[in-house]
Structures are given as C-alpha cells and as structure tokens.
Design a protein around this ligand. Sequence first.
Ligand SMILES: CC(C)(COP(=O)(O)OP(=O)(O)OC[C@H]1O[C@@H](n2cnc3c(N)ncnc32)[C@H](O)[C@@H]1OP(=O)(O)O)[C@@H](O)C(=O)NCCC(=O)NCCS
Length: 161
Amino acid sequence: MWRAVVAEQRYVRSDSVTRSARFYRKMFRRSWTADQVVLVADEGDRMIGQLVASREESPINKHVASIGMAVAADRRNRGVGSALMAEALRWGRAVGVEKLALSVYPDNDAARALYRKFGFVEEGRLSGHSKKAIGYRDEIVMACWLIDLPSGVSAGPSRPG
Ligand SMILES: CC(C)(COP(=O)(O)OP(=O)(O)OC[C@H]1O[C@@H](n2cnc3c(N)ncnc32)[C@H](O)[C@@H]1OP(=O)(O)O)[C@@H](O)C(=O)NCCC(=O)NCCS
C-alpha cells in the first residue's frame, strides 16, 4: 500500500520505499507506546490505510508528536482517514501529548480538509522545503493543540505588527 502511495509522487515526502517489510512488521508489533502510535486500517487481509504519530525526540519538543498518514487510492473519501485521525487524537490525549503537528503539500486539498475538520490550523509555509523527484515543493505546517493554548503561544501564524 505504501509503495503505491509513494508512486503517486505528489502527496507524501518519500520518493521511494527503502525500508523492508521486516522493518514494518517490527514497527506494527509495538503499535501503541507513550512515544509512538502505529495505526493500520485493514479490509480483510488487505491494508488500506495507515497513520504513524511519533513524539519529537528532543526533551524540549517532547510535548509534540508528528503525524504521517495515507489511505489506499481506491479507498479514499470513505471516512478511513477520519477514523485513523480520531484514533490518533485518542492516543495523543491518553499519553499526554500536548500538540500534534504535520506538514502537507499546498495542493493536497483532501488532506488539508481532513486536518481542518479535526481542528488543525495552519501555522506557516516552508518554501521549497521538499526537494522531490518531481521538483521543489512548499510545505504547509499544520498543528492541533490537545490542551488549552499555553499563555504566550499563538494558535496560528504570527502577523507582523
Ligand atoms: C489525506 C487522506 C489520508 C485522507 O484519507 P480519506 O480516507 O480519504 O479521508 P476521509 O474520507 O476521512 O476524509 C476526507 C475528507 O476530505 C474531503 N475532500 C476530499 N477531496 C477533497 C477536495 N479535493 N477538496 C476538499 N475536500 C476534499 C472529503 O470530503 C472528506 O471530508 P468530509 O469528511 O468532511 O466529507 C487520503 O486522501 C490520502 O491518503 N491521500 C494520499 C496520501 C496523503 O496525502 N497523505 C497525507 C500527506 S500530508
């Protein structure tokens, strides 16, 4: 499934799949820890969606977890992505993550709509941050706070003045 999504080229950062099936099997075995959740949507023995959320490693960023997700092309727009995201939020709250973050390409309307639906707001735009086989791409940074906004922190991009 992941190979097919990567082959679409325009949605995810990866340009190729370098990890082995063994790597993923091992990752799926430790699917829910305080530092990471690995969620899989399946249909019988077919994997149709996945989401990985991992806490940042540095102690000063550990309250933040970053998300990557994908649904098989022929199973999109049926609520699979929403179900995965709802479970990721449940994980985040259960393990004390304060903020979920991700980046998305500007023309990925379906993903941006899904993230907005779950309360993610756009924090900024990284210019040419991805250098993919198809060319440079900007990244939109989005985030969702799971706690009340700490004092002095703004929810969206800071504006001059
Ligand atoms: C993003 C992705 C994971 C969403 O998964 P999904 O199973 O299709 O998600 P859902 O069906 O739960 O929700 C999709 C939402 O996007 C909306 N949507 C779909 N196409 C859209 C478009 N072109 N413009 C605006 N909204 C759109 C749907 O209406 C739906 O919203 P709703 O629940 O309010 O009706 C899936 O499109 C995907 O795997 N894309 C390729 C990989 C990818 O982009 N990964 C994320 C990288 S940041």
